[in-house]
Design a binder for this molecule. Structure first.
Ligand code: UDP
Length: 403
């Protein structure tokens, strides 16, 4: 349900300028879409600027959100964050592109009378942070990545932490796990306060609880996420093979596709599935726009990331669907899933433990049902987009008070 979109908003609302370098329909961008479409538009005027064209752009326009494109040279916009390094940032040609782009952004900020700039991705943080300084507009960095060297190249980690202090931005982190990686000193200047606000998901009516019928079903155990080594599809496949040996009638689903050029990994894991003789029980759905429906049809949801997940929005979606969750214990995940109460946590990179947790749920259907119900209650209480939007609006108000 969208909040007050379509109502006649007053014209003097502060403009919140949202920036994202990507227009893909992936986690951070879905979260941005949820936020802007649930802002109180009687109070705030959202304006989104994307640095590339893509599905997010059309979805925002369809939702009636004013959205503009300022195209960033693909040499900069398409550079993967895990391949960035000091050399690539300082390459002269790219530096020129970056300077020109920041200048254009700063001009737009002034022209649109932006009250606050809200950056939604690492590249938008840096470019929007510099442009905000030029235009003298307060900047928020909504940090959705762990700023740590098991996740990003070391120069990016240091550069990002240093830039946050230098630019004096306000930071929102999507989990405590992310917040900690920013290494802010305890006594920090007031403009640089950090707040953890969890991503919110769009609440929908309750979906059916799972009914695992031991030995009598072709129920599906699935995972959802872009296909990427650190999302751990290879661990899920290995766990699936172990579950399959015990319960050959169960089916498995890998939902999602490669997004950032990881086709080689997909080839490898498809070969792995063939080698483990899972072809007849493992379905590859590709990218799907109907995740809630697929979650509804699933019996157990598995999340398999092999390094700490910054947040793990899809876990909340599965909990909201009332599904028992088996998730790897890293990053922000234990802030979502309480072990044994709203799901099961297993060590990262451990297919055996993952298989044991899935088998336990198959053998204890009533316990699985209880976990699913408790998970849904927790998702409703802590992770609704309405609550997230209200908390973020609270930060906007605080920033305006300080001015
Ligand atoms: N998703 C989707 N279709 C797919 C696979 C994933 O819509 O085929 C969505 C999923 O529902 C979730 C998001 O992509 O909302 C992934 O967000 P998450 O935070 O879990 O991971 P990220 O991609 O940001 O690392």
């Amino acid at each position: 349900m969208k909040r007050r979109i379509g109502a006649q908003p007053p014209t003097t609302r502060p403009t919140i300028l949202f920036l994202d370098h990507s227009a893909q329909w992936s986690g951070g961008e879905i979260s941005l879409f949820n936020l802007v479409t649930h802002l109180n538009q009687e109070k705030w005027k959202p304006l989104v600027v994307l640095f590339e064209d893509g599905p997010l752009y059309s979805k925002l326009l369809e939702a009636g959100i004013e959205t503009k494109l300022i195209l960033l040279d693909p040499r900069v916009s398409k550079k993967r964050k895990d391949t960035l390094g000091a050399k690539s940032v300082l390459r002269l040609r790219e530096l020129r592109v970056i300077c020109r782009f920041c200048y254009r952004l700063a001009r737009l900020m002034r022209r649109e009378k932006a009250t606050i700039v809200h950056c939604n991705s690492l590249k938008a943080d840096i470019l929007g942070g510099i442009a905000g300084k030029m235009a003298r507009v307060p900047v928020i960095w909504h940090v959705r990545d762990r700023i740590a060297d098991d996740y990003l190249p070391r120069p990016v980690v240091f550069g990002f932490r240093w830039a946050a202090r230098l630019l004096g931005v306000t930071v929102i982190a999507v989990s405590n796990a992310v917040g900690k990686t920013l290494h802010f000193p305890q006594t920090t200047q007031p403009s640089l306060f950090k707040k953890v606000i969890y991503n919110g998901v769009v609440v929908h009516d309750g979906l059916s609880s799972p009914h695992l019928l031991k030995g009598e079903t072709t129920a599906t155990i699935g995972m959802v996420g872009r296909i990427s080594p650190w999302k751990g599809q290879h661990i899920f496949i290995e766990a699936a093979a172990r579950v399959h040996q015990r319960f050959p009638q169960y089916h498995f689903q890998i939902i999602g596709s490669t997004l950032f050029g990881e086709e080689e990994y997909e080839k490898q894991i498809r070969a792995q599935a063939v080698q483990l003789e899972l072809e007849n029980v493992l379905e590859w759905t590709g990218f799907r726009g109907d995740i809630n429906q697929l979650l509804h049809e699933m019996e157990v949801f598995v999340h398999a990331s092999t390094t700490g997940e910054p947040f793990g929005q899809v876990i909340v979606e599965a909990m909201l669907a009332g599904k028992p969750v088996v998730a790897t214990n890293g990053g922000g995940v234990p802030e979502i899933v309480q072990e044994g109460q709203t799901g099961l946590l297993v060590p990262m990179n451990d297919a055996q433990s993952m298989a044991e947790a899935i088998i336990w749920l198959i053998e204890n259907p009533e316990k699985g049902r209880q976990l699913g119900q408790a998970g849904r209650a927790r998702a409703l209480e802590h992770f609704s987009i309405q609550k997230t939007a209200e908390k973020i609006e609270g930060i906007y108000s605080e920033l305006l008070k300080d001015r």
